[in-house]
Design a binder for this molecule. Sequence first.
Ligand code: LLP
Length: 438
Amino acid sequence: HGTSRINDAGHLEIGGCDVTELKAEYGTPLYILDEQLVRQRCREYMDAFKASGLGFQVAYASKAFSVMAMVRLADEEGLSLDVVSDGELYTALQAGFPAERIHFHGNNKTSEEIEMAIDAKIGCFVVDNLVELNLLQSIAARKEVNVNILLRVTPGVEAHTHEYTATGQTDSKFGFDIGNGSAYEAVKAAVSKKNITLLGVHSHIGSQIFETDGFQLAVERVATFARSVKEGLEVDFRVVNLGGGFGIRYVEGDTPLHVSEYVAAITDAVKTHFAGIYSALPEIWVEPGRSIVGDAGTTLYTVGSNKDIPGVRKYVAVDGGMTDNPRPALYQSKYEALLANRANEDATETVSIAGKCCESGDMLIWDVELPKAESGDLLAVACTGAYNYSMASNYNRLRRPALVFVQNGQSDLVVRRESYTDLIANDIVPERIAKQTV
Ligand code: LLP
């Protein structure tokens, strides 16, 4: 998919770059991002919203993959940006992302984070709870500024991958419950506060969702809530943010919809359920993360050792693992892979791909069909653009991999491989320990 293909040499090529050459230049493990595919996904969202005729913002959820080059790309494509921490905000500001299009999320923003975001003049805070609302108001009052907010509400739609269940939101750490009246009280509190402008509400129902009905139900419930707020409090929501969660295809059997289908389902539901509440329909914001970058990412590894347990299983080990992709260990996530330097050869055996960390749970793929993998072969794991680099760790003191953008036969380093000195950069040996000798 994207710009990936197998070239005449039988090598995987992404963005016109032969992965054997990428290995020679940057080493492995290596994250490779198909820049053209990321831009295409951004445009699919923008175009689908333009077609709806509604006011909108598409905020890239930078938690999926936050580095300065990606933030710049999102800006170039006209997207807004969702950040959830001072670190993501710092990255965005350093990359020159326009502050007015930054939205700040999180269920426990610190006063330092709030100050930093206010000073940067970000566009909007998504307020999660009353402690935050009060903190935000007091900081804004002290600074004598006004801040725009959305209130995060839980519409009682909890979406899972293949089904959604209307749970009534008894058990979520996020947001104000619509069902038990706490969201209504939060609106009342927000509009009573000086220094705070309530733009509207936010709802996020889950991640890696393949169907539209969960989103449609969320729109319906938010609209019902909006109507009661309009009638009871005479408050209008100018903005309704419906979060992210649009699914992608990791493996055969995953059945995501096209971006335009998700967007059309949402905007149609808005037109239906918000009709007549206000003189104009609210602006619709969304926050896709995974579906912008996920399938554009590939991780390239070098095969090392293997262990054949006759009649049981053959393990093939690569030079990365749970440190660069913790998702299989955390969520039992499934991935597809191919031997990238012999991509035109037929599969001859079923193997399981092990990482190099010192624990049995460090497995990337259980049971994948491959040609016989030898030490020195290259293994490419697909769909690693989202929540891989951003969730990577230095466990076992492995250095985080380099990351390149590829397009039109050109590769550009956007994250250099960590060095040994990076690993110990924050280490301090106290004097009293340093001077002890045996
Ligand atoms: N907006 C909010 C409020 C969110 O909590 C999230 C994701 C998003 C947007 C973006 O969702 P996306 O479009 O990427 O599905 N680490 C997990 C995913 C955690 C998602 C957390 N929130 C994983 O690797 O699957």
